[in-house]
Write a protein that binds this ligand. Structure first.
Ligand code: FES
Length: 161
């Protein structure tokens, strides 16, 4: 499915659970992001209406929390750690290799929406340095061979899906 295609019915189903519950803005936004993979800009107004808020209030919350994204992301979101522990263990080389392999810079998403590349300050798994996450899975003690194998595996899975 093209993630840029906005499905109003899907949104209405999510919003329906939270109608008039102003306190529920964050859980509602989390659900919307879970369903669409991001917060479609077209959803801001219907969400505000349902919770009796101003669209600017909803927009403010979405832009304040870095966990929310207004842009579609890839089916696999890579978070490469660039914290100190990982840096000492060679995360720069790992990141360079991933950028070259995917043809992406930090913050970019591939045209086919398979991969999004991000970097983070610490993944909380420093003992596994250098580390990265793909969606919710951790990969540690990375080296170029391991990274190549992980990316290859995701490419294969994506083709088979
Ligand atoms: S510095 Fe990389 S996981 Fe903590």
């Amino acid at each position: 499915m093209d993630p840029t295609q906005f499905d109003r019915e899907k949104l209405a189903a999510v919003i329906g659970k939270y109608q008039d519950k102003k306190w529920a803005l964050i859980p509602l936004l989390q659900d919307v992001q879970e369903v669409f993979g991001f917060i479609p800009p077209e959803s801001i107004e219907p969400i505000a209406d349902a919770l009796q808020m101003f669209p600017s209030e909803v927009q403010g919350v979405v832009t304040f929390y870095s966990g929310f994204s207004l842009k579609p992301k890839g089916r696999q979101v890579l978070k490469v750690c660039r914290g100190t522990a990982c840096h000492v263990k060679g995360s720069r080389t790992i990141l360079r290799m991933i950028k070259k392999d995917l043809g992406l810079e930090e913050g970019e998403t591939s045209e086919d929406y398979q991969f999004t590349l991000e970097t983070v300050a610490c993944l909380g798994a420093c003992f596994l340095a250098p580390t990265m996450m793909v969606n919710r899975d951790y990969y540690g003690k990375l080296n170029p061979t391991k990274v190549g194998a992980v990316l290859g595996e995701y490419r294969k899975e994506d083709k088979e899906a």
